[in-house]
Design a protein around this ligand. Structure first.
Ligand code: GMT
Length: 381
C-alpha cells in the first residue's frame, strides 16, 4: 500500500512510534511517505520505500503565528495526489487530525476520491492539551471524522471517551518495541566510564516536562544514594532540566548524576542500566519504559494511566501512586541490594517486552489498513 504518515519529528513518544512504524512498513514492502516539518529523529536509515516530505511554513510580516495547519493540509493534498496515497495515518490528534480532515475534503472536491484517515491518539493530545477548551471542539470533530481511531492503551481509550463526545469505536493497538535492537550486550568500557567502581546505574529518559515529575526522579535517586553507591543517567532535554540539575547540585549529588541531553543511541545507554525510573503524573503507555524493559532494565514507575498495562507489579518492576517517593525509593533500594532478585526481574522485564515486539504489532496495523484497501490500486501487501 501507499501510506502517508504524519507525526511530530521530535524525540516525543508519538514521533518515535510513528517513525518506527513507518520504517517497519517500508521493510514489509509498503511505500511510506512521512509528512512532517523536519526529518523525524529516528528516520536515520535509507530505504527505497521511504519518502520524506517537508512541510514548509512561509512567514509573512502579518503572521504573528504562521499557519502551520494550513501548510500541513496543503502538503498532505500534494502528497496524496502526486503519489496516489491509499491512506493517511496521523499520529497525535493536534493538529494532525484536523489538517487531515481538511486535506481529505480538498482531495474529494478535486478528484472525487475519499482518502481514508486513521488517527492514532497518543497521550497528551487527549489528557492535557486536547481537553483545553481552546482546542476541544476541533479535536472532538476531527477524531469523529476519522475513518478509524486507535489508542495506544486501554487507559487512553477510556480517557478519550470520558473527556470527549466520541461516537465511534476506538481500537486499542498497543505500542511496540524492536526487541532485537534493544537486546544488546552492555559495552564494558562505557559502563566503566559511568560507574568506575561497579556502582548500580539508574536511568530516566524523557522530554523533561512537568508531567514527568523530574523532581521525583532526583528524590528517589537521592534516597538510593544514601544507602549505596549509585549513578543516575538523565537522558533528554526540556523545560524541567535546569531545575533538576539545580536540585541535584543542592543535594550534593552532582558527581553521581549525569545529564546526557538528547541521545539517539538509547539501546547502548539502556544496556548498561539496572533500573529505569518513570514517576510520571500520567503516561498513556510509557514507550520509554517498554524500550528499557527490552534492554533488561527494571522499571520503577507510578501506576498512572496505562503503565500497568506493561509493568507487572513485583514481577517486571514496581509501581506506586503518583508522588509516593517513599515507596518508589524503598522498591529501588531493596531491589538494588538483592542481586538475585535484580537478575530475576531483569529477565522478567525482557520477557514482558517481547510480548510487545514489533513483529507482533505491525501485522495488527496492516490488518487495519487492509480494511481500506482499494481494489484497483492495492497490491497484495
Ligand atoms: O509525553 C511524551 O513523552 C510525548 C508524548 C507524545 O505523544 O509525543 O508521549 C505520549 O505518547 C507516547 C507514545 O504513544 C506514550 O508512550 C507516552 O506515554 C505518552 N505520554 C503521555 O501520555 C504523557
Amino acid at each position: 500500500m501507499r501510506i502517508g504518515i504524519v507525526c511530530y519529528p521530535t524525540f516525543g513518544g508519538s514521533g518515535v512510534l510513528a517513525t518506527e512504524l513507518g520504517k517497519a512498513l517500508a521493510d514489509e514492502g509498503h511505500e511510506v511517505h512521512f509528512i512532517t516539518y523536519q526529518q523525524p529523529v529516528r528516520l536515520n536509515v535509507f530505504n527505497a520505500n521511504i519518502f520524506y516530505h517537508e512541510v514548509r511554513v512561509p512567514t509573512y510580516p502579518l503572521f504573528d503565528y504562521p499557519p502551520y495547519e494550513v501548510a500541513l493540509a496543503s502538503t498532505m493534498v500534494d502528497v496524496i495526489m502526486n503519489h496516489d496515497l491509499d491512506l493517511l495515518h496521523v499520529h497525535y490528534a493536534i493538529p494532525h487530525a484536523s489538517a487531515a480532515y481538511m486535506a481529505k475534503q480538498i482531495v474529494k472536491t478535486k478528484n472525487g476520491r475519499n482518502v481514508p484517515v486513521i488517527t492514532t491518539l497518543h497521550g497528551t493530545d487527549i489528557t492535557l492539551v486536547g481537553k483545553d477548551k481552546t482546542y476541544e471542539p476541533v479535536v472532538t470533530f476531527s477524531i469523529n471524522e476519522s475513518d478509524a481511531i486507535t489508542a495506544v492503551s486501554q487507559n487512553l481509550k477510556d480517557e478519550t471517551y470520558k473527556s470527549f463526545a466520541i461516537h465511534k469505536e476506538i481500537e486499542v493497538i498497543h505500542n511496540f518495541v524492536d526487541v532485537a535492537r534493544f537486546n544488546k550486550k552492555p559495552i564494558d568500557a562505557f559502563r566503566k566510564v559511568i560507574a568506575p567502581a561497579g556502582e548500580k546505574i539508574l536511568i530516566h529518559a524523557s522530554n523533561f516536562r512537568k508531567v514527568k515529575r523530574i523532581d521525583d526522579v532526583i528524590l528517589v535517586f537521592a534516597a538510593v544514594r544514601k544507602e549505596m553507591p549509585a549513578k543516575l543517567l538523565m537522558v533528554g532535554d526540556g523545560p524541567e532540566r535546569h531545575t533538576a540539575e539545580e536540585m541535584g547540585r543542592s543535594l550534593g549529588l552532582e558527581e553521581d548524576i549525569r545529564f546526557l541531553g538528547k541521545q539517539e543511541q538509547m539501546e547502548d545507554i539502556l544496556a548498561v542500566s539496572d533500573v529505569f525510573l518513570l514517576p510520571s503524573e500520567y503516561e498513556s503507555f510509557g514507550l520509554a519504559a517498554l524500550e528499557a524493559m527490552a534492554a533488561r532494565a527494571v522499571v520503577i514507575s507510578t501506576n498512572a494511566g496505562g503503565l500497568s498495562e506493561i509493568n507487572i507489579q513485583g514481577k517486571t518492576g514496581f509501581m506506586a501512586d503518583v508522588g509516593d517517593v517513599a515507596s518508589m525509593s524503598r522498591y529501588a533500594v531493596d531491589l538494588l541490594k538483592d542481586e538475585t532478585k535484580l537478575a530475576e526481574m531483569k529477565e522478567a522485564a525482557y520477557e514482558q517486552a517481547c510480548r510487545f515486539d514489533i513483529s507482533k504489532i505491525i501485522p495488527v496495523y496492516e490488518k487495519l489498513y487492509s480494511r481500506f484497501c482499494r481494489m484497483d490500486t492495492c497490491k497484495a501487501n
